[in-house]
Design a protein around this ligand. Structure first.
Ligand code: G4P
Length: 526
């Protein structure tokens, strides 16, 4: 098969949600449709249950599983679909953000009762920065929740997405009758516990047709007509190009646990979702259809068990064909390197792959060669853009607790930062090292790994900061003035770039007002 037809088949996406909205359940239903798993509950074990005795030990136990669920591939309607896991809960880390740089589109899952929640807001912000096409799935319609229009308002305001509902619920909770699929002009009637049959899908092009009352009662039928009429007046018509440009998000309603509305979502997804996209590098734009292979590392998964030090680096293939046992250039190290056991993931299964195509994710066993963002090519020097560091939200000073092991500590911290576990800043005022993370649990992970993998001990001092912003200006005098005035609040990141440490949102606002010409960035790449 030609490389072009391989590319056309691929859809690589991530599911974004706040914990408990139904991401795992939806993933599982999608995998069931694709035949990648046979029983419900297969993906469930990846979930880190709240209330576990020690979240950290639980995470350690789960790490093996989460490697397996990092990528879940399945075939559906002659398409090869790769779902990339975006871990949530307490193991929410920069990893999650960075995974979004390796997808071509996302599905956002929202709980109908809870509406838009914090973690979703942060993840969608990253998608918006890259104009990633987004489909929204509003889940748990079998429960009482917010009014459909209020939810759409919330999605527009909090997620800053322009939306258009492609399906619309008929009632909700106890009164939930099903959805009207505006996209396919079909009524989909609900019966709980996934007993949907194809008879439940009814062609219905004209809602004014009195036959509607045959299927739903008079009250809900009237409500549906009025609401769909309103939708047609208020919301833009669906336009695939606008969706692909990240400017319009279709919205679906359903109930993942009841397998209701999931097939419609998947059918629409395979029809509209983008094939692997071109990627920017510092040197040029790389088209997926190019003959020569290229790709980048977006995630590194280290084994916390000291007996098995292997790390797995996750490679997103951007162009050409990747082949096993072939020499590729590791651009940063300027060295040729080949892989004898590149691994592909098929839901629960792992297998060695001989070849992979743009959009695919391959796991590479690594003994410490890779850093996040590294490129592999057939020889050309390419540095992929769009794998930035994001401003951490939790900060602590790190102290060496064992003076005899300072070298080990420095090495350990260096390597963990390369893996993207957290970020290291050096404060200029006192030369102290600051570790910044997205989720608080990462501090425990770092401490544990430093001890078990490097024999080093560290302690932390609390540091209350709001954000770390990368500052930039071409005006050297302005930069000097800023650095002089804000000496107290300045640090450098691991690449020596100046970073402003804002103690509060107010401090940040003041700095922005006092230096209107200065650029403040919340990610390291701008
Ligand atoms: P997550 O991965 O986003 O964290 O969510 P997950 O799929 O684990 O779902 C969270 C909870 O919501 C689960 O219940 C799940 O069964 C439930 N759920 C998912 N989809 C629906 C739906 O459409 N309707 C209803 N009513 N519930 C739904 P749990 O009690 O936490 O777990 P479990 O005991 O069912 O496994």
């Amino acid at each position: 098969m030609s490389i072009i037809s391989e590319i056309e088949k691929r859809r690589t996406f991530g599911i974004v949600s706040h914990p408990d909205a139904g991401k795992t359940t939806l993933t599982e239903k999608l995998l069931l449709f694709g035949g990648a798993i046979q029983i419900a509950g297969a993906v469930k074990s990846n979930k880190i249950k709240r209330g576990a005795t020690s979240d950290f030990m639980e995470i350690e136990r789960q790490r093996g599983i989460s490697v397996a669920t990092s990528v879940m591939a399945f075939d559906y309607r002659n398409k090869k679909i790769n779902i990339l896991d975006t871990p949530g809960h307490k193991d929410f880390a920069e990893d999650t953000y960075r995974t979004l740089t390796a997808v071509d589109s996302v599905i956002v899952v929202i709980d109908v009762a809870k509406g838009v929640e914090a973690q979703t807001e942060r993840l969608v912000e990253v998608c918006r920065m890259r104009n990633t096409p987004i489909i929204v799935f509003i889940n748990k319609l079998d429960r009482e929740g917010l009014d459909g229009f209020d939810l759409l308002d919330e999605v527009e305001q909090k997620l800053k997405l322009r939306v258009t509902p492609l399906s619309w619920p008929i009632g909700m909770g106890q009164r939930f009758k099903g959805v009207y699929n505006r996209y396919e002009k079909k009524l989909n009637l609900f019966s709980p516990h996934g007993k949907q049959t194809s008879d439940d899908l009814i062609e219905f092009t004209d809602l004014s047709n009195p036959d509607l009352e045959k299927y739903v009662d008079e009250g809900p039928a009237k409500e549906l007509r009025e609401e769909v009429h309103l939708i047609e007046e208020v919301y833009p018509e669906f336009n695939k190009q606008e969706y692909l440009d990240g400017k319009l998000s279709p919205v679906f309603f359903g109930s993942a646990i009841n397998n209701f509305g999931v097939k419609e979502l998947l059918d629409c997804f395979v029809e509209i979702a983008p094939t692997p996209l071109a990627r920017d590098t510092e040197e040029r734009t790389v088209e997926p259809t190019e003959d020569k292979f290229s790709g980048f590392i977006f995630k590194i998964h280290a084994n916390m068990d000291p007996k098995h030090r292997d790390r797995i680096a996750f490679l997103r293939i951007c162009s050409g064909k990747f082949e096993r046992n072939t020499n590729y250039l590791h651009v940063r190290n300027k060295k040729k390197i080949k892989f004898s056991n590149p691994t592909a993931f098929m839901a629960e299964k792992k297998s060695v792959v001989d070849e992979a195509y743009p959009g695919d994710i391959v796991g590479l066993y690594d003994s410490g060669n890779f850093k996040i963002g590294d490129s592999l090519t057939e020889g050309e020097v390419l540095n992929f853009k769009g794998v930035p560091s994001f401003s951490p939200e939790q900060f602590r000073y790190v102290n060496n607790a064992d003076p005899l092991k300072s070298k080990q500590l420095a090495k350990g911290i260096d390597q963990l930062m390369d893996e993207g576990v957290a970020q290291l800043f050096t404060r200029q005022l006192n030369n102290r090292k600051i570790i910044g993370t997205v989720g608080a649990l990462q501090f425990d992970v770092i401490q544990y790994r430093l001890k078990h993998e490097y024999g080093a001990s560290c302690t932390y001092d609390q540091l209350n900061l709001h954000k770390a912003c990368w500052i930039h200006t071409e005006d050297k005098a302005l930069m000097k003035e800023f650095l002089d005035k804000r000496k107290r609040d300045m640090a450098i990141d691991k690449d020596g770039k100046p970073v402003f440490l804002a103690e509060s949102a107010w401090m940040l606002k003041m700095a922005q007002e006092n230096f209107p010409e200065m650029e403040f960035h919340f990610k390291s790449e701008f």
